[in-house]
Design a protein around this ligand. Structure first.
Ligand code: NDP
Length: 460
């Protein structure tokens, strides 16, 4: 049987674009369909526009801090429309680059929705195409909670089309998106309530970092509402009323549901193709990213494993090399560094203290200090916390965690060391760069405790 394509990719986001482009470079006849926007969530309603808004929010505090360093600046307030125009222009530029990259690599691009008719046949817009191998890379979508009036609230995509900054905002959830949005909105001048069901924000991260982050959020004026769930949203005279499990009601101008994302598999025809999904809709794959049909693969957020852009591109690249480049390989899901772009940011790689302690005895090294800039600015809530989790037996650094300025930039390099199996002694004999905060990672001399001791009980 001959097929129209050797390889067809459904979804033009981070995973799909990389996979399609590399496969075409290896000589495969590649088709790729995207129904909404090239570049997917990351470029259009995720990492890229978010980071631009994080930068925008930070300038307010920087301008205030400048006074302590002798600058006499006058702040005439923030121009939302100007920021939105700059952000949107950059997003449009990048989205266009993705489309060009695909065409330049020789892929056939389809601005259309693709759905399965059978295991080798897809309906792509008005056309029917066949492919020998197919990749599902359709990503995920933000979800509202199932409460009365949920439709009155926003999801994360909506931040990027708001015509103005809402004055009073409730942000629901305390994961990556909730915390980044809370800091952006607060930094730009909104009153922000963070409403979350756990005792501390950022479940799954190291407990010392979570506790320090809660303090930092409070210091910048974000009102924390732990152990609370929203119950309903109603509207009275154009104002939103958010009901809470505490029986309180908050009057707000906007509610953001940052309560998780679900894989985009509905209506894809996966039954017709014989592709199996988990209860939450995630496509089930093996370690080679093959689905229950060995010629159909799935990558990125649609498999709901490590939902990060660099993971999507790395696995997409590896799959294309494996299938068409005569270079079988896998991208590792171990020791994936990541950052939460709060203010200040969180950076992390490897095991938390609680995770490591379950596996065996560990030594904990921890420092907390005021970064040099803020000894002058005197800004509250900008303490840096750095932590190393070290295997007592092998002295390998199992985890590195940080809350503090430049944490995201620092953690990329630390991630290399951790992935290579560096020991505490390797860190210790590395000469610091002075004066930086980063040098603290190589001068952590005093073990503050052993495994388990002092670990806050995981409250959830
Ligand atoms: P997360 O899973 O990180 O957070 C979801 C939040 O919603 C949690 O606080 C969770 O609470 C809460 N929640 C879920 N269900 C309910 C419920 N029924 N009632 C009350 N609260 C609920 O998802 P996000 O949407 O923030 O982010 C999705 C993914 O996108 C992230 O996991 C990350 O992989 C990626 N991402 C990465 C970024 C980065 O790299 N900087 C930035 C943004 C997103 P609880 O914790 O108690 O379960």
């Amino acid at each position: 049987m001959t097929y129209d394509f050797d390889f067809f990719v459904i979804g033009g986001g981070s995973a799909g674009v990389r996979c399609a482009r590399i496969a075409a470079g290896h000589g495969a006849r590649v088709g790729i369909a995207e129904e909404r926007f090239w570049g997917g969530t990351c470029v259009n309603v995720g990492c890229v526009p978010k980071k631009i808004m994080v930068n925008a929010a930070e300038y307010g505090a920087w301008a205030e801090d400048a006074a302590a360093f002798g600058w006499n600046l006058t702040n005439h307030g923030h121009d939302w429309a100007k920021l939105a125009a700059a952000r949107d222009a950059e997003v449009a530029r990048l989205s266009g680059i993705y489309d060009k990259l695909l065409k330049g690599a020789g892929c056939n691009t389809f601005d259309a929705r693709a759905t399965f008719l059978d295991a080798h046949t897809l309906q792509v817009g008005e056309q029917r195409v066949t492919a020998e191998r197919i990749v599902i890379a359709t990503g995920g979508t933000a979800q509202r909670l199932d409460i009365p009036g949920a439709e009155l609230g926003f999801i994360s995509d909506d931040l990027f089309t708001l015509p103005a900054l809402p004055r009073r905002v409730a942000v629901l959830g305390s994961g990556y998106i909730a915390l980044e949005f809370a800091c952006i909105l607060r930094g730009l001048g909104a009153e922000v309530d963070l409403i979350y069901r756990a005792p501390l924000p950022l479940r799954g991260f190291d407990d010392d970092i979570r506790a320090a982050l809660a303090e930092a959020l409070t210091a910048q004026g974000i009102r924390l509402n732990p152990d609370v769930t929203p119950t309903r949203i109603t509207t009275v005279d154009g104002e939103l009323l958010l009901g809470l499990s505490t029986n309180f009601v908050r009057e707000v101008d906007a509610v953001f549901f940052c309560t998780g994302r679900l894989p985009n598999t509905r209506g894809l025809g996966l039954d017709a193709a014989g592709v199996r999904c988990a209860a939450n809709g995630a496509v089930v794959v093996d370690e080679d990213h093959a689905t229950s049909q060995p010629h159909i693969f799935a990558l990125g957020d649609v498999i709901d494993r490590v939902n990060l852009t660099p993971m999507a591109t790395a696995t997409g690249h590896a799959l294309a090399d494996t299938l068409f480049g005569n270079r079988p390989r896998k991208a590792s899901y171990e020791n994936v560094p990541s950052a939460v772009f709060t203010s200040p940011p969180v950076g992390t790689v490897g095991l938390t203290e609680a995770e490591a302690a379950k596996r065996g005895p560990v030594d904990i090294y921890l420092t907390r200090f005021t970064p040099m800039r803020h000894t002058i600015s005197r800004r509250e809530g900008r303490k840096t916390v750095m932590k190393l989790v070290v295997c007592q037996r092998t002295q390998r650094v199992l985890g590195a965690h940080m809350l503090g300025e430049d944490a995201a930039e620092m953690m990329q390099g630390i991630g290399i060391a951790v992935a290579m199996g560096a020991t505490k002694q390797d860190f210790d004999r590395t000469i610091g760069i002075h004066p930086t905060a980063a040098e603290e990672f190589v001068t952590l001399r005093t073990r503050v405790r052993e495994a388990g001791a002092g670990v806050r009980a995981a409250a959830e």
